[in-house]
Design a protein around this ligand. Structure first.
Ligand code: SF4
Length: 75
């Protein structure tokens, strides 16, 4: 399993994570920030545990996020 964490408040809506992992990230029309699909809000940090096969594209998303607010770790 892997864990994906996003500090959503600091998102600048650049869309890079959506392009890297389109099944896991979605741009919100409401506030122009991206949303971690399936993520649960814990005091502003959106957290999701999912399967290893999502590692590569989400690790890429974390690496290319210009404000470095995505973290992906192996559980
Ligand atoms: S890559 Fe980072 S700043 Fe860009 S939309 Fe995704 S979370 Fe937001």
């Amino acid at each position: 399993m892997i864990q994906i964490v996003q500090q959503r408040e600091k998102c600048i809506g650049c869309n890079a994570c959506v392009e890297a992992a389109p099944n896991r990230w979605r741009m919100s029309k409401k506030d122009g920030k991206c949303t971690l699909v399936g993520g649960k809000d814990k005091k502003g940090y959106y957290i999701l545990n999912t399967f290893d096969d999502e590692w590569e594209e989400n690790e890429l998303a974390a690496r290319i996020c210009p404000v470095k607010i995505i973290r992906v770790v192996k559980l």
